[in-house]
Design a protein around this ligand. Structure first.
Ligand code: B1M
Length: 213
């Protein structure tokens, strides 16, 4: 029963079935499946397969895009179940996917989990130029700047964003954390970020640790 419900979600996202995906998630919630299980074993697992199909040439960008839309539609149903009650503002984060990179699903999940943990989050969206990060730091005075990148070709934009913060005299005023599929601890160290998180829960743990919470 549980497996069948997760398979339905997996299939709806893999097939890019935008109208069906939210209903499949609702059915799993109604049957008592936990939101994190639905997210990890149904939705994110399906996106992993989408990536594999793209890599071997069975899917094109259009299919990847439709699957992403189906996941986003399904996330609308899951969102309230992933969020805990906000108790207090524990810190402020400016987040964005770096310049040249349109992938925003992972970044949106990180945003959602940080908000759930009580952070005030300013989400600048995808494809964010370093100067926009600088402007947002001046405007919102965050404790943390969180950078996401999904492409090996856009990882260097993390470095240029950090360089822009340094040039603007802001680097010492914020902690910079980085994440996204091709990013790792070594790269974070190499660009002098303050930390790397492999997924949304780790991003929350890292943000809390940097705030000494
Ligand atoms: Co693209 N894409 N894509 N894509 N896409 C990948 C990333 C790819 C791995 C597919 C593949 O070849 N297997 C590949 C990158 C190869 C590489 O560079 N190593 C790729 C490519 C090549 C491309 C294009 C270049 C294709 C083309 O046009 N020829 C193009 C680039 C466009 C651009 O950005 N300039 C492109 C386009 C697209 C779509 C627009 C169609 C769509 C994105 C839609 C959207 O995001 N709104 C898309 C999709 C959907 C994917 C895959 C299939 C799925 C990504 C995703 O949403 N995963 C992806 C394959 C894959 O990842 N297996 C692929 C689910 C998400 C929950 O995971 O984003 O990893 P993820 O986020 C995780 C963690 O990484 C982490 O936490 C999240 C939650 O656990 N995390 C952070 C992320 N950000 C963080 C920030 C933090 C901390 C943790 O802050 C501290």
């Amino acid at each position: 029963m549980e497996e069948a419900l997760l398979d339905d979600i997996f299939a709806a996202i893999l097939d890019g079935d935008i109208p069906a995906a939210p209903g499949k998630v609702q059915a799993a919630l109604d049957a008592g499946l936990g939101p994190e299980k639905i997210l990890n074993e149904g939705m994110i697992a399906a996106m992993g397969s989408v990536g594999e199909l793209y890599e071997c040439g069975d899917y094109y960008v259009a299919e990847m895009f439709t699957s992403a839309k189906a996941l986003q539609a399904a996330l609308g149903v899951l969102r309230p179940h992933l969020l805990q009650e906000e108790v207090r503002a524990v810190g402020t984060v400016v987040i964005g996917t770096v310049k040249g990179d349109m992938h925003d699903i992972g970044k949106n999940l990180v945003t959602m989990m940080l908000e759930g943990a009580g952070f005030k989050v300013y989400d600048l969206g995808p494809d964010v130029h370093p100067s926009r990060f600088v402007d947002a730091v001046v405007e919102h005075k965050p404790d943390i700047v969180a950078l996401s990148a999904l492409l090996t070709t856009t990882m260097p934009s993390m470095q240029t964003t950090i360089d822009a913060l340094t040039a603007a005299g802001l680097r010492s005023k914020v902690k910079v954390i980085v994440g996204g599929a091709p990013v790792n601890d070594e790269y974070a160290e190499h660009i002098h970020a303050d930390g790397y998180a492999s997924d949304a829960s780790q991003a929350v743990a890292l943000a809390k640790a940097l705030m000494n919470l």
